[in-house]
Design a binder for this molecule. Structure first.
Ligand code: CUA
Length: 334
C-alpha cells in the first residue's frame, strides 16, 4: 500500500468527471454549485428567449418589408408608439430586477459562512497548498483537503509569497489568496468523491503544478480518514525508503523535483546523491546527508548554480525522522 501511495502522482486529481446535467460540463458537488447552476440556467434560458425573439422579429420584418416586385409602397408616417415602448422597456427591466435580486441573495449566502462551519487554514506558496486542521493538532497536509459530506467548511486562506487563487471548479468557487491578509471561503460539499483544486492566478514557473485534491467523504468516515491522512509515521513493515516516498508526496516536493532526471524548478533527485555540484559562488559541494538536510531546512543557503532561490523552508514541517526518510529516498534514486 505504501508503494501504491508513493506511485500516485503528487497532486493530480485527473480529469474531473463529466456532469450528468446537460447544462454544464463539470459536476456540481456543493450546495453553492447547485444554486449557482440554477441561476445560470435561468439566465441562459432568458437570454435564449430574448435572442430568438429579437432575431425572429428582425427576420419577420425583413421578409414583410422586402422590396416589392413593382416599385416601393409608401411607408406609414408613424413616429412612436407609447404603449409598445413601455412594454418593451418594462419586461426586460422586470427580468433584470429578478436577476439582480437572485444574484444578490446567492452572493450574500456565498460570503456568509454559517456559524457551525468547520475551520480549515489554507496557505498558498510556490507551488503547493498547505492545509491545516485545527481540530487535529499538528496536522498539516499538502495539496489534500478532506471534507465531510453535508458539513459547512470555512477556509481561512493566506499566502507565503505571491498572489495565488484557490479554485474549486466542482464547487463553483474561486478566491484570491493574498500574502499579508486573510481571505475567507466557505462551502458545503454534497457528494462524496475526489475533486480537483487548482491555482488560477499565474504565480511563476510551476503555476500549472499547483493542483490538489478535495476528498469528500461520508460524515461517519471523516474522523478516521483525516486522522489517517494526518499521521505521517513510518509503518511497522514499511522501509525507510518507502516512508521517504510518502513524505515526499505529502510534502509537495514533486511540484519542483522529479525522480526521472527531468529538471523542473529544482534539481532532479535522480543520481543526485553523491554528486559534486557547483554553487552560485563557484565553490563546490558534495550532495551528502548534511547537504540535503540543510537544503530542506534552509534551502537558499547553498544554491546549485543554474537554479534560483525559490524553495520555501521546510523547517518545522518535517521532523528528524521524516527528513532522514527523505534522505534515504533521495539516496535510492540512482
Ligand atoms: Cu499559485 Cu498559480
Amino acid at each position: 500500500p505504501a508503494a501504491a501511495e508513493a506511485a500516485l502522482p503528487p497532486s493530480n486529481p485527473g480529469t474531473p468527471p463529466m456532469s450528468d446535467s446537460p447544462w454544464s460540463l463539470l459536476p456540481a458537488a456543493s450546495a453553492n454549485a447547485e444554486a449557482l447552476d440554477t441561476l445560470y440556467i435561468f439566465f441562459w434560458i432568458l437570454c435564449g428567449i430574448a435572442f430568438v425573439g429579437m432575431i425572429g422579429v428582425q427576420a419577420y420584418f425583413m421578409w414583410k418589408y422586402r422590396k416589392p416586385a413593382h416599385g416601393h409602397a409608401k411607408t406609414s408616417p408613424l413616429t412612436h408608439n407609447g404603449k409598445l415602448e413601455f412594454i418593451w422597456s418594462a419586461i426586460p427591466t422586470f427580468f433584470f430586477v429578478i436577476l439582480f435580486a437572485w444574484g444578490e441573495i446567492e452572493y450574500m449566502k456565498q460570503v456568509t459562512p454559517p456559524p457551525d462551519a468547520l475551520d480549515v487554514r489554507v496557505t498558498g506558496q510556490k507551488w503547493s497548498w498547505t492545509i491545516e486542521y485545527p481540530e487535529v493538532k499538528g496536522c498539516s497536509l499538502t495539496n489534500d483537503l478532506y471534507v465531510p459530506v453535508g458539513q459547512p467548511m470555512r477556509l481561512t486562506m493566506t499566502s507565503m509569497d505571491v498572489i495565488h487563487s484557490f479554485y474549486l471548479p466542482a464547487f463553483r468557487l474561486k478566491k484570491d489568496v493574498v500574502p499579508g491578509r486573510y481571505t475567507v471561503l466557505w462551502f458545503e460539499a454534497t457528494k462524496p468523491g475526489l475533486y480537483p483544486l487548482m491555482c488560477t492566478e499565474y504565480c511563476g514557473d510551476e503555476h500549472s503544478s499547483m493542483v490538489g485534491r478535495v476528498h469528500v467523504v461520508p460524515q461517519e468516515e471523516y474522523g478516521a480518514v483525516l486522522a489517517k491522512a494526518c499521521e505521517l509515521k513510518q509503518g511497522d513493515t514499511e522501509s525507510t525508503e518507502d516512508f521517504g516516498a510518502r513524505v515526499l508526496t505529502r510534502g509537495g516536493c514533486a511540484s519542483c523535483h522529479t525522480t526521472d532526471g527531468t529538471v523542473k524548478t529544482g534539481p532532479s533527485f535522480k543520481g543526485l546523491f553523491g554528486k559534486t555540484e557547483t554553487l552560485a559562488d563557484g565553490s563546490t559541494v558534495t550532495v551528502d546527508e548534511n547537504y540535503i538536510r540543510e537544503s530542506i531546512l534552509e534551502p537558499n543557503a547553498k544554491i546549485v548554480s543554474g537554479f534560483s532561490p525559490q524553495m520555501p523552508s521546510f523547517a518545522g514541517r518535517f521532523d528528524d525522522k521524516q527528513i532522514a526518510a527523505l534522505i534515504a529516498y533521495i539516496k535510492a534514486q540512482k
